[in-house]
Design a protein around this ligand. Structure first.
Ligand code: NAD
Length: 297
C-alpha cells in the first residue's frame, strides 16, 4: 500500500483525496481550515495538524494549493521548515496545483538536490472531474518518476499524459486555461446575444452542443450560467491567476495572443468589480453589464 500525504483539501483537493482513499491508498491530509480535514476523515482518511505531519512517512506527497507562493511556502518553507527537507530520498512529490512553469522547474531542482523526485501534474476537468475521478492530468518531470506515480494519478483521472520535462505540465495547463478562458467569454456573449433576440436559450444550447460550436466548456458551464448559479466551481480569482501565467509565458516566448490578452483583461475586470469569489461563468454578468441588460430583460 502506498502512503499518500495530501496538502490542500479545497474544491479540487477534497474530492481527489477522497478518491485516493476509495482506491485503497492510505491518505493523510492537511488543510489550513480544519473543517476540510474533517471531511477527509469522514471519507476514511487521516487528518494531520500541519503540512509536515501529513507528509511524514509518505511515499507520495500531493499538493493542491491555490498559487505559486502557496506551493513554495509549503514545499520550501522559510529557512528549512519546508516539506521537501523532511522527506526521505526517493519520495515523490506531485504538485497538482496550477502554478508558474518556471516555479515548477525550480521546485523540481530543489527536490533533486535533496534526492526527492518532483512532478508538476496540473489538472483539467473542474470540480465534477475531481469528484468523478475523470480529470485530465498533464504531467511534467522525469519519465521514470511518472511511471512510478502512475497508479496514484490513474486513481484521479481518465486522461493521464506525460508531456515532457519539469514545467511542461504547467505549460500545457496554461494553454488549457487560454482555451477555456476565451471559449467561456464567447459562451457568455452567445447567451446574452440569444436572450436579446428572445430565443429559448436551453434549446439553443442543445443544438449548438451538437455542432462545431459544441465543446466541453459549453456542455459543462452553460447550464449553470442559464440558472444564474455562480457558486464555484472554479473561482474567478484562480482563472485570473492562470491568465496572468499565460500572458507572461506567451510574452516570454514572443508569442502574440491577442484574443487571450483580451480574455485576460475581461477576467481581471470581473475580479476588480468584486466578483473574484464567483465561478468564472460569472463572465455572463459582465457581458450583460456591457450590453446594458439586466437578467430577464
Ligand atoms: P481552493 O481555494 O478551493 O482550495 C485550495 C485549498 O488550499 C483551500 O482549502 C485552502 O484552505 C488550502 N490552503 C491554502 N494555503 C494552504 C497552506 N499553506 N497549507 C494548507 N492548505 C492551504 O482551490 P481549488 O479550486 O481546489 O484549486 C486548487 C488548485 O487547482 C489551483 O491552483 C487551481 O487553479 C487548480 N484548479 C482548479 C480547478 C477548479 O475547477 N476548481 C480546476 C483545475 C485546476
Amino acid at each position: 500500500m502506498t502512503a499518500i500525504g495530501f496538502i490542500g483539501l479545497g474544491v479540487m483537493g477534497g474530492p481527489m483525496a477522497a478518491n485516493l482513499v476509495k482506491a485503497g491508498f492510505e491518505v493523510t491530509g492537511y488543510n489550513r481550515s480544519p473543517a476540510k480535514v474533517r471531511r477527509l476523515v469522514e471519507a476514511g482518511g487521516r487528518g494531520a495538524e500541519s503540512a509536515a505531519a501529513a507528509a511524514e512517512g509518505a511515499d507520495v506527497v500531493i499538493t493542491m494549493l491555490p498559487d505559486s507562493p502557496d506551493v513554495e511556502a509549503v514545499l520550501l518553507g522559510d529557512g528549512g521548515d519546508g516539506v521537501l527537507d523532511r522527506l526521505a530520498p526517493g519520495t515523490i512529490v506531485v504538485d497538482m496545483s496550477t502554478i508558474r512553469p518556471d516555479v515548477a522547474r525550480s521546485l523540481a531542482e530543489a527536490g533533486a538536490s535533496r534526492g526527492v523526485r518532483v512532478l508538476d501534474a496540473p489538472v483539467s476537468g473542474g470540480e465534477q472531474g475531481a469528484v468523478d475521478a475523470t480529470l485530465s492530468i498533464m504531467v511534467g518531470g522525469e519519465a521514470s518518476t511518472f511511471e512510478s506515480a502512475r497508479p496514484v494519478l490513474d486513481a484521479l483521472g481518465r486522461t493521464v499524459v506525460h508531456v515532457g520535462p519539469p514545467g511542461a505540465g504547467q505549460t500545457v495547463k496554461a494553454a488549457n486555461q487560454l482555451i477555456v478562458g476565451g471559449t467561456l467569454q464567447l459562451v457568455a456573449e452567445a447567451l446574452v446575444f440569444l436572450d436579446a433576440h428572445g430565443v429559448d436559450r436551453s434549446r439553443a444550447v442543445e443544438v449548438l452542443a451538437g455542432g462545431l460550436a459544441g465543446s466541453a466548456v459549453l456542455d459543462r458551464k452553460a447550464p449553470a450560467m442559464l440558472e444564474r448559479d455562480f457558486k464555484p466551481g472554479f473561482r474567478v480569482d484562480l482563472h485570473h491567476k492562470d491568465l496572468g501565467i499565460v500572458t507572461a509565458a506567451a510574452r516570454e516566448a514572443g508569442v502574440a495572443i491577442p484574443l487571450g490578452a483580451l480574455a485576460a483583461t475581461l477576467m481581471a475586470s470581473l475580479r476588480a468589480q468584486g466578483h473574484g469569489d464567483l465561478d468564472h461563468g460569472a463572465l455572463l454578468l459582465q457581458v450583460e453589464q456591457l450590453s446594458g441588460r439586466s437578467p430577464g430583460e
